[in-house]
Design a binder for this molecule. Structure first.
Ligand SMILES: Cc1cc2nc3c(=O)[nH]c(=O)nc-3n(C[C@H](O)[C@H](O)[C@H](O)COP(=O)(O)O)c2cc1C
Length: 178
């Protein structure tokens, strides 16, 4: 399977990246191929809602989303990686998801698989609940098959995350991908 990791944190060596790296290690051990895109440092402008694409065509904006779209359509499993920002995904990741609009139908028909990896400062189970339900709703709408998630609570800094159970959980989730 071809796996595409979509990094949504502005921290290049932060906690989200740590979970992503552990997931990648596990999934590679299973023989899958992995590509990574640093979405947070890509140039992805917000969807203009102009409908130039008609939800199935070229986007009027010429930025990195052209390449990201090609990569997404060429991979089987999409791994969404984000820190928790105000109980949701990072704006960087959301910008990319909004741009799915121009290939919405193609994405629905492609029946991709997906995974969510996230980290938050808070310890409370409720902290991730809106992000998680948003993710599940996106999966349902776009016909993605959710293969699992790691929602790292109490992962406010790199050292907190390092000392938590979540890197291991991300590795195990990677290993579990068939
Ligand atoms: C703008 C912003 C919003 C945040 N919102 C939340 C939040 O709602 N709940 C929470 O527990 N942590 C929140 N955090 C903390 C981050 O989720 C946490 O520090 C995380 O480890 C950052 O991951 P990173 O190192 O991959 O960037 C926020 C941090 C920032 C910068």
């Amino acid at each position: 399977m071809k796996v595409l990791v979509l990094l949504g944190s502005p921290h290049k060596r932060g906690s989200s990246r740590m979970l992503a790296d552990h997931f990648i290690k596990g999934v590679k051990e299973n023989g899958h191929t992995v590509d990574v895109i640093d979405i947070a440092h890509s140039t992805v402008h917000p969807c203009l809602g102009c409908d130039y694409c008609g939800m199935d065509g070229d986007c009027v904006q010429k930025d990195d989303m052209y390449h990201i779209k090609e990569m997404i359509m060429n991979h089987d499993l999409l791994v969404f990686v984000t820190p928790l920002y105000y109980f949701g995904m990072s704006a960087q990741l959301k910008l990319m998801i909004d741009r799915f609009y121009s290939f919405n139908g193609a994405l629905m028909n492609a029946h991709k698989k997906s995974v969510l990896l996230s980290v938050a400062y808070e310890q409370s189970n409720e902290a991730m609940s809106d992000l998680y339900h948003h993710y599940l709703t996106i999966c349902r709408y776009l016909h993605f098959k959710n293969l699992g998630s790691v929602l790292g609570l109490g992962c406010g800094t790199v050292s907190m995350t390092q000392n938590s159970i979540y890197p291991q959980k991300a590795y195990e989730l990677g290993l579990s991908i068939k």
